[in-house]
Ligand binder design. Structure first.
Ligand code: ATP
Length: 583
């Protein structure tokens, strides 16, 4: 994406705040034009002194005028800053609200693909960088362009040769800067990759510290962390090496306007091309004149960073909103789920190919197959985490795209392995924002989920806090809390991702009871990893590399003597090994 379109996108996001930004720009330009006025007043004073007949009052008046102008300049400067800051903070607020609102309308799958760290970085840091641009850079740049331009026209009119001399360091500075920023966009993208890599390896290192220590492989994770920091440091070293010469030339040249003004001006003066007063004026002016250009050229280097953030915001806001239908399912009924010719891919990776199956109302269906075969993906498509590329998913003979999104979410309960816990009480964790349920209903759900007896042993019972500043729950306890949530939700369709391991036999038994309570009368999909848990289900759907290879109940599939039978035999063998190993 081009820089200009990022800038215009940012201005588009600014909305009504553009008026304040414009006011800030105008005030900033006036303020910086006023900055040149004292130089001209000094010039006038010098001219009076040179002319010989000093009129005391005239000098005093000029001094008063200079003071007033300086004060006015301060007022304009402060007012410009006030407008730009108010505008910037309002714009940041609006962008943050817009992005959060938009995220609420995206496919749920968006959140499984983006880490919370990535999103936090965009919402906090990338948007924060825009504050700098809006509150400081826009007024500074306008002032740095307009004020010297006006001043230059005045100086050109006074003496065009000397005015052209003023341009020499600017031209050299621009060439040095061009050299410095050659391929800068590309390097900036590389810089962001390195930064993201470093951030994620730090998070991984910290999060994984305990596991790494337990396996005595801390050095592996540390190695990745060290490598990412090293790459980052190497990048900066390389940038410094390649840029240091041109950057030094740039700084020295921009700071040495006098290098050209004094000798060339002296030459013109000796040749009577200019008078002494004009010569002195150019010497004085050249000091302030270059500062604004330096600001301008230096600011250029920050743009890529800011626009990279704008691009990320744009990428999110450009993502199509998920369209919701209007049809409403009745939560108290039971529904068939029909999957017709469904094909799906994540970006370029084909995951599901022409899937057809029907899950009858009120039945328990197990999805089995090798890891990566597409079981979870198909289950998530039913909850519209993503939308299918081809084919249809029907509930109650209605395409899920025609069902109200909110109603679909109410009608499908997911119990994943990776269970999200609020930093709140157990009570709130079971309730999960459902304001219509009573305390009795929460307790009833907890009892059915086999977690009530555990909760009442806690110091504050249902009011015990869990999470960061509370108690920690075991994997099995978390799963039972999550089952209690699903029981309370009482959705007609349940998608249950079976844990790959259970902490102990007692917990496994409790989960089995909890499941029986949860699944009564529901249309259920179990993503199963341990085949003995699904021996009695109504239908087993066998996945292989994104395709359904066979389906039927356990006995029927065993008698077919195909893929499921192989899987079953391998499973029994592996269980025997576990038992032997454990004995
Ligand atoms: N969000 C995603 N983005 C891109 N590819 C994905 C995403 N989620 C899964 N995949 C890929 O799609 C394929 C199917 O994954 P899926 O999770 O559906 O398999 P699965 O059968 O449920 O596996 P498992 O039993 O290990 O959970 C895998 O190759 C996986 O790498």
């Amino acid at each position: 994406m081009k820089k200009e379109s990022n800038l215009s996108y940012l201005l588009y996001l600014a909305g009504g705040e553009k008026v304040k930004l414009l006011l800030s720009v105008i005030l900033s330009v006036i303020s910086s034009i006023l900055a040149f006025a004292p130089f001209i007043i000094i010039y006038k004073m010098i001219m009076i002194l040179f002319e010989g007949n000093v009129v005391y009052k005239e000098v005093v008046n000029l001094a008063i005028l200079a003071t007033i102008i300086i004060l006015l300049r301060i007022v304009f400067f402060v007012a410009s800053g006030a407008f730009s800051h108010v505008a910037a903070f309002n714009i940041l607020y609006n962008i943050r609200m817009k992005i959060i609102k938009h995220m609420g309308n995206l496919n749920l799958g968006f959140f499984t693909n983006k880490t919370s760290g990535e999103l936090k970085k965009i919402i906090n840091e990338d948007i924060e960088k825009m504050e700098n641009f809006l509150a400081h850079h826009i007024p500074d740049i306008s002032a740095a362009v307009v004020a010297p331009l006006i001043m230059f026209i005045y100086l050109f009119y006074l003496n065009y040769k000397m005015a052209l001399v003023l341009l020499i360091p600017i031209v050299i500075g621009m060439v040095a800067q061009r050299m410095m920023f050659k391929g800068f966009q590309k390097r900036m993208a590389h810089y962001f990759n390195l930064l993201e890599n470093m951030n994620s390896s730090i998070v991984q290192f910290i999060q994984g510290i305990s596991i790494m220590k337990a396996f005595n492989v801390s050095s592996l994770s540390f190695e990745r962390y060290r490598k990412s920091i090293e790459e980052y440091a190497d990048y900066w070293k390389e940038i410094t090496n390649t840029n240091s010469q041109s950057y030094s030339i740039f700084l020295v040249i921009m700071d040495s306007g006098l290098l050209f003004t004094i000798p060339l001006g002296g030459y013109f003066y000796v040749n009577s091309d200019i008078d002494l007063g004009t010569y002195l004026l150019f010497i004085v002016i050249s000091m302030g004149f270059f500062n604004s250009f330096k600001t301008l050229l230096e600011l250029g280097s920050n743009f890529s960073m800011i626009f990279e953030g704008v691009k990320k915001v744009k990428d999110i806001l450009d993502m199509p909103k998920q369209k919701s239908g209007t049809y409403l399912l009745d939560k108290n009924k039971s529904y068939d789920i029909e999957i017709k010719n469904v094909t799906f891919k994540y970006e370029d990776k084909d995951v599901l190919k022409n899937i057809n199956t029907k899950l009858e109302k009120g039945t328990i269906n197990a999805f089995v197959g090798a890891s990566g075969a597409g079981k979870t993906t198909l289950a998530q498509l039913i909850g519209r985490f993503w939308d299918v590329n081809n084919g249809d998913i029907l509930i109650d003979n209605k395409n899920i795209k025609d069902i109200s999104m909110e109603n679909l979410m109410e009608s499908v309960a997911f119990v994943f392995q990776d269970i999200f816990m609020l930093n709140d009480t157990i009570y709130e964790n079971i309730k999960m924002g459902n304001e219509t349920v009573t305390k009795e209903e929460v307790v009833k759900a907890a009892k059915k989920a086999q977690i009530h007896d555990f909760i009442i042993t806690l110091p504050n019972g249902y009011e015990t806090k869990i999470g960061e500043d509370g108690i920690k729950l075991s994997g099995g306890e978390k799963q039972r809390v999550s089952i209690a949530r699903a029981i309370l939700k009482d959705a007609p369709i349940i998608i249950f991702d079976e844990a790959t391991s259970f902490s102990d036999i007692e917990n496994e038994r409790k989960i089995q009871i909890a499941l029986e309570n949860m699944l009564k009368g529901k249309t259920t999909i179990m993503i199963a990893h341990r085949l003995h848990t699904i021996k009695n289900v109504d239908k087993i759907v066998v996945f292989d590399k994104g395709e359904i290879k066979e389906e039927g109940n356990h006995n029927k599939l065993l008698s077919k003597n195909r893929l499921y039978k192989d899987m079953w035999e391998t499973y029994i063998e592996s269980e025997k090994l576990v038992i032997k190993g454990g004995a």
